[in-house]
Structures are given as structure tokens and as C-alpha cells.
Design a protein around this ligand. Structure first.
Ligand SMILES: Nc1nc2c(c(=O)[nH]1)N[C@H]1C(S)=C(S)[C@@H](COP(=O)(O)O)O[C@H]1N2
Ligand SMILES: [Mo]
Length: 404
């Protein structure tokens, strides 16, 4: 088994000893060597030095994804294999040295207040497991080549977050002010001099989402490292990653959406061909149903006629629980029901699926398709859009294999 969701994380040791030393983990499995022959790997940036380099693709210092492969099949994603996406360079690592001292301003409630993590920890703790997925995951599969990181499947992970429910904080501060339509979270990055305040990482989601939202200080049972938004992160389950604000400095209930560029003119479902993304285009918020196969992979060389191959992958549907996953071995002409395996970690988490098959020699196109409890089905085709967001096409995620 390569899936060790609760494996001790080197970051914890680094935090405890204060060394910050990166720990090298031996590469295992043929899928690593296959990728190792690609272009020279870029080094991990210092703030993410604890990542398992053999599993990650470093697009840039602020865009690091997990390779498609067996590590992606875990019920939870290990922190040292979780993707990283920063819109701005992260703040100084000093902010995670004394996490309990970090403060967050709560606005748009009857009694606005600044609260420390220490205080938040006295207000009632819950855990939520959810898929954290970048809005642009799968952008690399758009033939239109939208600008932005060409992520494949690896800008996603399933993570258990622990913190205080936002609804507890709201109740303690007297409730939400009338007329507030959005929940707006602001990141704690310090903007370089001369940069417009509109470049701040600030996102608004419909206010009702606060019922599910969390102010989290733990990721998979350990303090959140800087790379993933420690000391405190706003967690918006079922929504794309950009809505879960790292090193959150302010949570405000607001009448209008943020005027930040990341809200107004980015992360919008703008038709291709338009000159720019417009505030009137639909915002990238909830995640549509999506699944993909992580084993076997395209180009696998170990598939033998008549031997059992277990097709494995993950499936999720934003705010809705997974009902079923179907797998095709003929490019979507016929489908077979896969088994849902592993733990059910709630409606925001992914489900692992498996289908054992025996194949005669030949070529096959493997695909997976999820259906959620509300009857929403993963779509065959991507929704074309200028930013390359929300690619959940089962056809784009299909895997071509040869059996010898
Ligand atoms: N403060 C802050 N929060 C942020 C971001 C950021 O740049 N700054 N990036 C967002 C985006 S686009 C994504 S996909 C996720 C990435 O989370 P991760 O780096 O923990 O995987 O964080 C979101 N929250
Ligand atoms: Mo993202």
C-alpha cells in the first residue's frame, strides 16, 4: 500500500525541532521513473521544501502539483503531497512560529471583533473533510490553451481540516447584520509597495455558505504549515480552492462582492474569444461532479493479457455526496458500476472507487464518470471558457492503455 493518509509529516518534525530541514523520501514505483525522464525538475521553494519532491511537478515556486498516479488514490492526501497554489508570494514564515497569536477580524456582524487563534480554540471545534481543488485543475487538457498553469489532475487533494465553525463565531458575535449577501475572506499577504490593493487575495462567496465554513488551524491533524495557509485558514467546503483563503486576516459579511481583481475579473466563466473576464460572467464557486482514474496510467508497460487490473481513482461532487461511479473500458460506449471503497468521510470529501477488469491483448480507453445523490452526472465535455476553469470532462480525463 502506498496510501498512508496519516503518515507522520516531516513538517511536524521540522516545526518541533525548529530545523526546517527537508526530509528526502525514497522514490518508489515505476510511475516515478517514467516521469523522471521528463524535463529537468525545478527545485521546490523553501516554504514547500517539505514536499515529497518525487511526487510533485514544480510548475513555478507558487504552482506545484501532484503527479497523476497511485498517490492520488488515498482516502486523504498527505500534506507533503498536496498541491500548492499561491496568487501572491506567501507571507513570512514568522507568522506560523506562534500560531495562537494570529488574529482575524470578523466584520459585518452585530459586534465586530478581532479574535486570536487562542480565543477561537475556545469556541467549539469541528472537523470537515473536503476536496481542495484549484479552479484551473485540468486546464492543461483544454486544446484552447488558456493562459495560466496547465494543471493536469494534481491541483487537488482530499484533506481533513479542524477548526471552529464560522457559525459559532457568528453566534458569539450577535449574528450577521441585515442585508449582507456575501461572505468575504481576506488573505494575510503583505502587498509589495506600489501594487494596487485590488491585487489582494480576497474572495466573496454567497453568505449562506457560512453554515458549512470553518476557520481551521489544523490540516490532517497537524498545525497548518505556511504553504497551506497557517496559522489560520478559511475553509469553504464544496467550492474551488481559491475560495478557501489562506492566512486569513479578515472574514466579513458584506453587501457586495469584493472589488479585488481576483473576484471581479478573474475566476469567471467567460466565453473563449472575449477580450477579458468580466464581473458579469458567472463566478467560479461550487465544484461540479468530477472523477478520474489514477491507476493504471496512460503508457503503463506492465499490463498483461488475462491478468486482473484494478482500475482505481477518486470521485467527488462539490457540496453533494457521491452516489455512484461508472467505469468504461471502451471510451464511454458502455459503462460498468465501480465499487466505492474506503471510508465515507462526508459529502465534501472524495470517494475512492475500484473496478477489477481482465483484458485481452489490445488497446483500451478507460474513463470514469461520477453521479451525485442529486442525480447530477459528470459531463462528457468540458465547458469552454477563457480562463480554463472547472474542467470536469470525463473524456478529457480518460486514459489510453495497451495490454500486451
Ligand atoms: N491568502 C491566499 N489564499 C489563497 C491563495 C493565495 O494565493 N493567497 N490561493 C488560492 C488558490 S487559487 C488555491 S487553488 C488554494 C490553494 O491551496 P493550497 O496551496 O493549500 O493547495 O488556495 C487559495 N487561497
Ligand atoms: Mo486555484
Amino acid at each position: 500500500m502506498t496510501d498512508l493518509p496519516f503518515a507522520p509529516n516531516p513538517m511536524r518534525r521540522a516545526l518541533l525541532t525548529g530545523t526546517g530541514a527537508a526530509v528526502t523520501i525514497a522514490a518508489v514505483g515505476p510511475w516515478r521513473t517514467a516521469f523522471a525522464q521528463g524535463a529537468a525538475a525545478r527545485p521546490l521553494p523553501a516554504f514547500a521544501a517539505f514536499k515529497d519532491a518525487g511526487t510533485m511537478i514544480v510548475h513555478s515556486a507558487n504552482t506545484i502539483e501532484m503527479r497523476r498516479g497511485p498517490a492520488g488514490n488515498g482516502s486523504l492526501t498527505t500534506v507533503n503531497q498536496l498541491y500548492v497554489r499561491n496568487n501572491l508570494a506567501p507571507p513570512s514564515a514568522d507568522i506560523v512560529a506562534k500560531p495562537d497569536d494570529w488574529t482575524v477580524k470578523i466584520e459585518g456582524v452585530r459586534r465586530p471583533k478581532s479574535l486570536s487563534v487562542r480565543e477561537l480554540k475556545t469556541m467549539g471545534t469541528e472537523s470537515v473533510t473536503m476536496v481542495l481543488q484549484c479552479s484551473g485543475n485540468g486546464r492543461g487538457m483544454f486544446p484552447s490553451k488558456p493562459s495560466g498553469t496547465p494543471w493536469q489532475t494534481g491541483a487537488a487533494g482530499c484533506i481533513m481540516w479542524t477548526g471552529v465553525p464560522v457559525r459559532h463565531v457568528v453566534a458569539a458575535l450577535g449574528g450577521i447584520n441585515p442585508g449582507m449577501k456575501f461572505l468575504t475572506g481576506t488573505g494575510g499577504e503583505v502587498l509589495p509597495a506600489g501594487i494596487s490593493p485590488k491585487s489582494r487575495v480576497e474572495r466573496s462567496v454567497p453568505a449562506a455558505v457560512y453554515e458549512d465554513a470553518l476557520l481551521a488551524w489544523e490540516i490532517n491533524g497537524q498545525p497548518i504549515p505556511l504553504a497551506h495557509g497557517g496559522p489560520l485558514r478559511l475553509i469553504v467546503p464544496g467550492f474551488t480552492g481559491v475560495n478557501s483563503i489562506k492566512y486569513v486576516k479578515q472574514v466579513a459579511f458584506t453587501a457586495a462582492e469584493s472589488d479585488s481583481s481576483i473576484q471581479q475579473t478573474d475566476y469567471r466563466m467567460t466565453p473563449t474569444g472575449e477580450a477579458s473576464q468580466r464581473p458579469t460572467d458567472p463566478s467560479v464557486w461550487q465544484m461540479p461532479p468530477k472523477s478520474w482514474i489514477n491507476t493504471p496510467l496512460a503508457g503503463a508497460t506492465d499490463l498483461r493479457a488475462g491478468e486482473e487490473v484494478v482500475v482505481r481513482g477518486v470521485a467527488f461532487a462539490g457540496v453533494n455526496a457521491v452516489k455512484q461511479v461508472d467505469v468504461s473500458i471502451d471510451g464511454g460506449q458502455t459503462w460498468q458500476r465501480a465499487a466505492l471503497v474506503g471510508p465515507d468521510l462526508g459529502r465534501f470529501a472524495w470517494r475512492q472507487f475500484e473496478l477489477p477488469v481482465r483484458l485481452a491483448a489490445g488497446k483500451y480507453v478507460l474513463a470514469s464518470r461520477v453521479t451525485d445523490v442529486r442525480g447530477n452526472v459528470q459531463t462528457e465535455n468540458r465547458v469552454e471558457n477563457k480562463g480554463g476553469y472547472l474542467n470536469s470532462s470525463w473524456r478529457d480525463h480518460a486514459v489510453s492503455i495497451s495490454v500486451a
